[in-house]
Design a protein around this ligand. Structure first.
Ligand code: FAD
Length: 427
């Protein structure tokens, strides 16, 4: 089998460790076999190990190869869809349960970083930036909504206040969430993987799962081995391909792109983001950016529906960087890469069970750093027999994209064009 390495990102270049874990060989048994070593898989494995389960993780490429090792590093609370939509469509009780969990992922990350001493450049403070007055009204509404669910830490920023945290003319205001923040995403998942192994968990890299035989005990196959397990957790998200056609039917992989500048130096970096918060704007096709520990600007944006890799990532993203910070017009871009997240039509995650013992969570539709950590907890609770919080997600209704597999990409791109036009016109 061909060796698959990390994408050539800034994160891979600055990873804390570059160990290679052996591929699965031969037949093995365990309590839980996890497919995929991103945040969802590794977080689930860690919670289960903390409760005494034996766990084997099978990863097609490298720990953090997928979105978890190449994302914007922004710890964004809540989901990719506001709770009021859940209130309107599913009722107050389900909204209450999901609303209460909306900030738990960030807490889990901080607890993990502290407990396992993970070096991942964790910084507090995340800003949502409003480009239009309509977006500012939305943030005001969101603050009230979050407060109804007991999350009172969001602070509104007027035009002057946002200028003090982001040195650009683009925004009319924003909001600040100090329970948000940012991390080196690959080093987070690598640190969590080390924690898995420190508790006796087993991780095999270069071990793509090719088939899962369902049964009272499931058998998970790779090219060179197999694992028999009481439970399986499917955590392949946008990189899963056709392993589980049931999971691909109602979701769509999408690419988003990130560029990283050369180091800017302390002074220039501080002049752009004086408090070192991370920022995302409120546009439908959003820009997200932050400083790295060595003071580079890490700037992401753009979406390619259907997850085709764009030929020139820098050409795609650089204009947005320069529009936001004209001060960087001559800056050199050291790294540019693309990664896939999984979109669902509702923009809410898909969680559930196939048969009695195969669990999955996927499709957090963009904001996944915190949700995937929560997902690990609720999946592990369900496997331990406490399914109340799992069921709050598992009962969310999900629908296929219009146009089916053939036409979902152009139809969704047309929808996105419509929404981004509305952002531009301020409707
Ligand atoms: C460029 C980019 C920027 C983003 N920025 C942010 C951000 O700033 N903030 C935020 O909250 N979210 C962000 N996201 C989303 C977030 O990164 C994801 O939601 C999250 O990392 C998903 O984690 P995961 O573990 O479910 O999937 P992944 O991290 O994609 O992991 C899935 C893993 O499963 C493996 N796999 C797949 N199939 C198999 C198989 N058959 N056998 C074995 N292994 C398999 C893959 O190799 C992969 O390693 C971003 C996403 C991208 C792509």
């Amino acid at each position: 089998m061909a060796y698959t390495s990390h994408t050539s990102s800034y994160y891979a270049a600055s990873a804390n460790n570059k160990v290679d874990r052996p591929a699965l060989q031969g037949a093995h048994e365990t309590d839980v076999c996890v497919i995929g070593a991103g945040y969802t898989g590794i977080s689930t494995a860690l919670f289960l190990l903390e409760h005494g389960f034996r766990v084997t993780v099978l990863e097609a490429a490298k720990v953090g190869f997928g979105a978890s090792g190449r994302n914007g590093g922004q710890i964004v609370n809540s989901y990719s869809r506001d709770i009021d939509v859940i209130e309107r469509t599913l009722g107050a009780e389900q909204a209450r349960m999901l609303g209460e969990m909306a900030f738990e992922g960030a807490r889990i990350i901080r607890e993990r970083v502290a407990k396992y001493q993970i070096q991942c450049d964790l910084k507090d403070g995340g800003v949502f930036a409003a480009v239009t007055d309509k977006q500012m009204s939305h943030l005001e509404g969101q603050k009230k909504l979050w407060e109804r669910y007991g999350h009172t830490q969001m602070q509104l920023l007027d035009a002057k206040a946002i200028r003090e945290v982001v040195n650009t003319d683009l925004y009319v205001g924003g909001s600040l969430d100090m329970s948000g923040g940012h991390i080196h995403p690959l080093n987070l998942v690598l640190g969590e993987a080390d924690a898995v192994e420190s508790l006796g968990g087993v991780i095999h890299e270069q071990s793509r799962v090719t088939r899962v035989d369902q049964g009272a005990k499931a058998v998970v196959h790779t090219e060179q081995g197999q694992v028999t397990a009481d439970f399986v957790v499917v955590a392949g998200n946008a990189y899963i391909g056709d392993l589980m056609p049931q999971l691909s039917a109602k979701s769509m992989p999408c690419g988003t792109q990130v560029i990283t500048t050369e180091p800017l130096g302390e002074e220039l970096a501080k002049s752009l983001l004086p408090q070192d918060y991370c920022v995302e704007d409120c546009n439908y096709l959003l820009d997200y950016y932050r400083l790295s520990a060595d003071k580079r600007m890490i700037f992401g944006g753009g979406v390619v529906y259907g997850a085709r890799d764009p030929a020139d990532v820098e050409a795609l993203v650089r204009p947005n960087l320069i529009k936001t910070f004209p001060q960087l017009k001559d800056v050199k871009i050291d790294y540019a890469w693309t990664g896939n997240f999984l979109l669902t039509l509702s923009r809410l995650p898909q969680v559930g069970r196939l048969g009695s013992n195969i669990y999955y969570s996927q499709g957090c539709s963009g904001h996944g750093v915190t949700y995937t950590h929560l997902a690990g907890k609720i999946l592990s609770e369900a496997i331990r027999g406490q399914a109340e919080r799992f069921d709050a997600f598992a009962t969310l209704p999900h629908y296929p994209f219009p146009g089916g597999r053939m036409l979902r990409v152009p139809f969704t791109a047309m929808g996105a064009l419509y929404y981004s036009l509305r952002d531009k016109l301020g409707w």
